[in-house]
Design a protein around this ligand. Sequence first.
Ligand code: TYM
Length: 365
Amino acid sequence: MDDFTVTPWKVEGVIDYDRLVERFGVRRMTGDVRARLARAAGGSHHLIDRGIFFSHRDLDAILKTAEGGGRFFMYTGRGPSGTTHIGHLVPWILARWLQERFGATVYFQLTDDEKFFAKPGLTLEEAGGHALDNALDFAALGFDPDRTRIMIDTRDIAALYPIAARVAKKITFSSTKATFGFTGETNIGMIFYTALQSAPCFIEDAPVLIPLGVDQDPHFRLTRDVAPVLGKPKPALIHSMMMPGLGGGGGKMSSSGDDAILLSDDPRTVEKKIKKRAFSGGRTDVAEHRRLGGDPDVDVSFQYLRFLFEPDDSKLERLREEYASGRMLTGELKQILIEKANGFLEEHRARREEIRPDLGSYMFG
Ligand code: TYM
C-alpha cells in the first residue's frame, strides 16, 4: 500500500519519486536526455541539472523537432485560489528559460473556473481577482510579451470552448472517475474540467511542451489518450518535484496558513516564517550537530536554496558540505536563506510594478 497521494487537488505524505515514476508511467530524466536538452538549448539550467525536473513524457519528441529546426510551443498554468507562493515558480522559471532558449510561444492558463469548482468558499469574482495578480507574478519572471499569451478561462472561453468540447466528447465519466476518484457527490464542473485544462494543448497546430509540477500529470494522461483521436500530437510534459512546505516531510506547499512563503510576504514575515517554521535537518544540540552534521536532504532551508535561491552549483555544494559536516549550524543556514529569499522577492516585486502598466500586452484576449 502506498503511503503518499499525488493528485492535482491533494498531495500528501512523503513522495517516493521512484515509485511515483512507476505508478504514473512517466519516464525518468536520464543523463542522456539532459545532455540532449542542453545541446539543443545551448546551455543548461540548475532545475534540470539538479534533477528537480525528474521525469517527462515524450520530451525526446520535442527535442527531435527542435533539432530538426521545427517549431513547438509551450503551455503551463495556475489555479488562482490565492497569492502565488514560491513553489509555483518552479515550473514557470523553467518555462521562461525554455522560451528564451527556443524562442517558443508560451500559453499560460489561469483556471478561475477550476478553483471556483474546487474550493467551497471561493467566489468566481475572488478567483478572477487572484488570476490577474497571479498573471503579474508570471509575467514578472521575464517572459517575452510578444511570445506570451495569458488566458483566463471565464474570459477567454470563446477560444477554449470549441477545443474543450471536442476533448470532452472523448473522455468518459468512468475514465475521469478512475483518474481523480470522483464520486456521486462531486460537482459536474469538476467532472468536465479536465477538458478545459486540455484545451490549450491543441490551440496551435504544432507540438506542445508543458513544464509543470508532477501533481498536474493526471489531467494530461487523459489529454494524451484523446490527442490521436483528434488527429493531434500527444502533448509532451516535463515534471518537477514538489517543493516542500516549510514544515517539510512531503506534502504540497499550501498557500493557506504558514506553510508557504508567499511572493507578497515582506522581509520581516519571510524572516519570521523561516526562523520559526522551516523544518531543520540539524541535530538536537550544537555539540551533537558539530559531531554528526546536519542532513541537507530533509532540511527545508537547504532545499529552498537548491530549488530556487542558490542557482550557483559551486556555492550550493559548499553549503551542503559545510552543513553536512557540522561546521554550519541550522541558524546560519537559515540566515543565508532569509537573505537570498528576501533579495529575490524584493527584485520580483520591483519587476511586478515595472510591468504592471503593460500587463495587457501579455494577455491573450
Ligand atoms: P496550481 O495553481 O496548483 O499550481 C501552479 C503550478 O505550480 C505547480 N506547483 C508546484 N511545483 C513545485 N512545487 C510545489 N510545491 C508546487 N505547488 C504547485 C503546479 O504543479 C502547477 O504546475 N490546474 C492547475 C492550473 C493549470 C495548469 C495547466 C498547470 C491549468 N493548466 C497546465 C500546469 C500546466 C493548478 O491548479 O495549478
